[in-house]
Structures are given as C-alpha cells and as structure tokens.
Design a protein around this ligand. Structure first.
Ligand code: SF4
Length: 172
C-alpha cells in the first residue's frame, strides 16, 4: 500500500490539462452546426480499408475535450439514421459494394466526407489488386479532409465546413 502511495506521490498528476483553445474551437463549431442544421448531426462512419490510424483519430474525437454528444454530434450504427457518411481508408475492392450499398441506404440529402489521404486518393496504398483508390471512385464525395491521419480538431473543422458547403450548394 505504502509503495503505491509513494509511487503516486512521486509521479504526480500525469494527465494533460485540456487544451483551452481546442475547447473554445469545438464549442464554436458546435454553434455553427446548430445554426446551419438547426438540430443534431448524425454520422455513420465507414472503414473501407483503413490502416486504423484514421479510426484512432475519430476515436479521439470522442474524447471529452470535444464534448461531441454535448455538441449535438452523434455517431450512429445505421446509415438510415445518418445525415453524414465519414469514409476512411483506401477503398478495398472487397468493401466497394458494401460502401455503395451504405450510400444508397442513407437518406437524402446526405453529406459524404472522405477522411484522410487514403479515402481521398488511395494515399500511401494507391491503387492495386486490393484497393481501388479514393472513395470518389465509388460515390459522390462532397468534402475531403486531408491528412495521414488528420487530427481530431481538423476532422471536426472539416465536418463543419462540409455542412456549410452542402448548405450553400443546396440553396444556390
Ligand atoms: S490516411 Fe494514413 S492513417 Fe488514414 S488510413 Fe490512410 S494510411 Fe492510415
């Protein structure tokens, strides 16, 4: 017991303090999304062949720093409940049919966002016997978030920009 207490005293608080700028940016993005959509945003994520690096960043987006649920952004299991599809990975040939079926199952108007270099153009995997390259080879992509992988705050900013972009294109 003493050993544990001594170790705790020696180590101190190892967790980082939340980056304030990030919290401010996240809450600003939330206000923008609500202003544009007037309601929560539901997202279906599709890993179409990722190395999982992009998924780790998407997971990190669930960190309390970003307060996603509080911001009205929810990840959902069914494409039928989704406003937006987030696609990661170079599109593997095995996943291309599932990807287009998911797209068809998502109600219109739907927003499609390619997350990471692989979903944009195949990234480091390019095109091969196993992958067909970017998601735009299979469906219409509204917006692209570059990076390998993009940081959570960049993904959040991209989601907001995609919502804005879609709205502008719908009303013009
Ligand atoms: S963009 Fe980078 S991190 Fe994301 S799936 Fe491709 S290789 Fe992995």
């Amino acid at each position: 017991m003493w050993e544990v207490l001594k170790q705790i005293a020696k180590t101190g608080i190892a967790t980082e303090t939340p980056p304030v700028a990030m919290e401010v940016e996240a809450s600003h993005i939330h206000d923008e999304i609500l202003k544009i959509l007037g309601r929560a945003l539901t997202i279906r994520e599709i890993d179409a062949g990722s190395c999982n690096g992009c998924e780790l960043e998407l997971n990190a987006l669930g960190n309390l720093y970003y307060n996603l649920e509080g911001l009205g952004i929810k990840f959902v299991a069914s494409p039928r409940h989704a406003d937006m599809l987030l696609i990661t990975g170079p599109i593997s040939r095995n996943m291309s049919t599932a990807l287009s079926m998911t797209y068809e199952a998502t109600p219109s108007p739907k927003l499609v966002v390619a997350v990471g270099d692989c979903a944009i153009n195949g990234g480091i995997f390019g095109e091969s016997y196993a992958t067909i390259g970017g998601a735009s080879k299979v469906l219409n992509v509204d917006y692209e978030i570059p990076g390998c992988p993009p940081e959570p705050i960049v993904i959040l900013q991209g989601i907001l920009t995609a919502v804005r972009y879609k709205l502008e294109n719908r009303t013009n």
